[in-house]
Design a protein around this ligand. Structure first.
Ligand code: URA
Length: 431
C-alpha cells in the first residue's frame, strides 16, 4: 500500500477500505506521509466526498491517533457538548452547570477562540486564577466528585486532527462535510461521554452557510456517533445575529451568570434549555421535552445551577467571588454606537460583530495573539427590535486598540427594514 495509489483512488471517486484509511492516518501521524501528499488527498476528498463508511473509518482512525479519556469507571451518565463556533456563544457556561446540578456528569474539553469566534477557555480564564490545565486524571476525578469539569484539550488527544486541521487551514479544505464531521467526532469520541449534544450553527460566520448543508453535516456526525454506540443530538441554530447581547470574554461570563440567575437573554436561555432537555432525556431523567425543560428551569429558580458554576470555579482554583459579585470583572471604557436611521433591525451580521470584538482585543487574529478579557461589545437591540435614529444600538467596551475600525465594522453589521422580521433560533433537530 502506498499514499500515491490512495490519492489516485480518491481522485477517481472510488471508495477506500478501512485498511487504506488506517494506513493514511497512521502513516501521516507518524510523519511518514509528507504534507504535500496529504494535501492532495484532502483536496480529492473535498471534491469527491466520502461514503458514510469511509467517514466513520476516518473518524475512528483519527480517534486512535492519540490518548482517549476513559470515563467508564465513573458511575452515572456522562455527557459532552460541542458547538461549531458562534459569536456571543457562552452556552457551555450556562448549560454545563445546569445539567450537572441534576446529577448528570458533564465532562467537557473546550477550545480557545480564533478569529471572529470566541472560546470557552478564554471566557473561563477571565475569572481570576481559573485553571483550565488539568491532567486527564484530575479531569476524571473532578467529574466524578462534582459532576463537572471544563478543561483545555490536552496535547495527547487526537494527534491526527492537530496535523490535519492545520493542513486543511492552509489548503482550502476546511469546508468539507466528511472532513469536518470526522474532525469533530474523533475529538468527541476520544473524550469518552455516553451522550453528545452538538450545536450546529447556520448563517453568517458559521461553517455551514445554509440549513441544507447544516443538515448534511448534522446527519454525518449523528451517524458516526451512533455507529460508535453514543447518543448524539444535533441542534441546528441560527447565527444570523449573535447569541444573547454580550460578545467578549468577561462580558459573556457576566451574561452567563445573569442567565443562571434567571435574568438572561431570551435566546440564550431558550438554547440552553433546549440543548439541556435532550441530555436530560438521554440520561433517562425525563421522557418528554416539556418535562426535561421544567426540571432544568427549576435548577435556575432554586439557585442550584449557579451554585454548580461556583463549585466548578472553586474546584479549578478560580476566584468564586466573581460568580456572586460579577461587578468584580474589570471592564473597558464604554463608547456608544448610535443608530444612523430609524427602522426595524432585520439582521446583525455575526461575523462582523465577532470581527469588531476581536479587533478591540477580545479575540485572536493568530493563534499566539494576546487577548484582553475586559473588552467587547454589548448589543442594546436585537433583530426584530425597532430603533429610532440616534438611539443606542450597542456599547463598545474598549481599551486602546482599533476603536475607530471596530466601530465602523460594527456599524456595518446592522441591516434595517420597514417591517418587523420574525427570527427563529432553533432551525432543526437531527437525532
Ligand atoms: N471544528 C473542528 O473541530 N473541526 C473542523 O473541521 C471544523 C470545525
Amino acid at each position: 500500500m502506498n499514499a500515491l495509489d490512495l490519492i489516485i483512488k480518491k481522485r477517481d471517486g472510488l471508495e477506500l477500505t478501512k485498511a487504506e484509511i488506517d494506513f493514511l492516518i497512521d502513516e501521516y501521524t507518524e510523519n511518514k506521509i509528507p504534507d504535500y501528499q496529504m494535501s492532495a488527498f484532502l483536496m480529492a476528498t473535498y471534491f469527491n466526498g466520502m461514503t458514510e463508511e469511509e467517514t466513520f473509518n476516518m473518524t475512528m482512525a483519527m480517534q486512535r491517533s492519540g490518548k482517549s479519556v476513559d470515563l467508564s469507571l465513573i458511575k452515572g451518565f456522562k455527557v459532552d457538548k460541542h458547538s461549531t463556533g458562534g459569536v456571543g456563544d457562552k452556552t457551555t457556561l450556562v448549560l454545563a452547570p445546569m445539567v450537572a446540578s441534576l446529577g448528570i456528569k458533564f465532562a467537557k474539553m473546550s477550545g480557545r477562540g480564533l478569529g471572529h469566534t470566541g472560546g470557552t477557555l478564554d471566557k473561563l480564564e477571565s475569572i481570576r486564577n481559573f485553571n483550565v490545565n488539568l491532567s486527564i486524571e484530575d479531569f476524571i476525578d473532578q467529574v466524578e466528585h462534582i459532576n463537572l469539569a471544563i478543561i483545555g484539550q490536552t496535547s495527547e488527544i487526537n494527534l491526527a486532527d492537530k496535523k490535519l486541521y492545520a493542513l486543511r487551514d492552509v489548503t482550502g479544505t476546511v469546508p468539507s462535510i466528511p472532513l469536518i464531521a470526522s474532525s469533530i467526532m474523533s475529538k468527541k469520541l476520544a473524550a469518552g461521554a455516553d451522550a453528545i449534544i452538538l450545536d450546529v450553527k447556520v448563517g453568517s460566520g458559521a461553517f455551514m452557510p445554509n440549513e441544507t448543508e447544516a443538515i448534511k453535516l448534522a446527519t454525518a456526525m449523528k451517524d458516526i456517533g451512533q455507529k460508535a454506540g453514543k447518543k448524539v443530538t444535533c441542534v441546528l441554530t441560527n447565527m444570523d445575529e449573535p447569541l444573547g447581547y454580550a460578545v467578549g470574554n468577561s462580558l459573556e461570563v457576566i451574561e452567563a451568570i445573569n442567565t443562571l440567575n434567571g435574568r438572561g437573554p431570551k435566546d440564550l436561555t431558550e438554547l440552553c434549555l433546549t440543548l439541556g432537555s435532550y441530555l436530560v432525556i438521554d440520561a433517562g431523567l425525563e421522557t418528554t421535552l416539556e418535562g426535561a425543560r421544567a426540571i432544568l428551569y427549576e435548577q435556575i429558580k432554586n439557585g442550584k445551577a449557579l451554585e454548580k458554576l461556583a463549585e466548578l470555579v472553586k474546584s479549578q482554583l478560580g476566584d468564586v467571588d466573581y460568580i456572586y459579585h460579577p461587578e468584580l470583572f474589570d471592564l473597558g471604557d464604554i463608547i456608544e454606537l448610535k443608530a444612523t436611521k430609524s427602522g426595524y433591525i432585520s439582521k446583525i451580521d455575526s461575523y462582523k460583530v465577532g470581527h469588531a470584538s476581536m479587533l478591540l482585543g477580545a479575540g485572536r487574529e493568530t493563534l499566539d495573539s494576546d487577548i484582553d478579557y475586559s473588552v467587547g461589545i454589548v448589543l442594546q437591540k436585537k433583530v426584530g427590535d425597532y430603533v429610532y435614529q440616534g438611539e443606542t444600538l450597542a456599547l463598545l467596551y474598549v481599551a486602546d486598540k482599533n476603536i475607530e475600525e471596530a466601530t465602523k465594522i460594527l456599524e456595518s453589521a446592522y441591516s434595517y427594514s420597514d417591517t418587523q422580521i420574525d427570527t427563529k433560533l432553533i432551525l432543526n433537530v437531527v437525532r
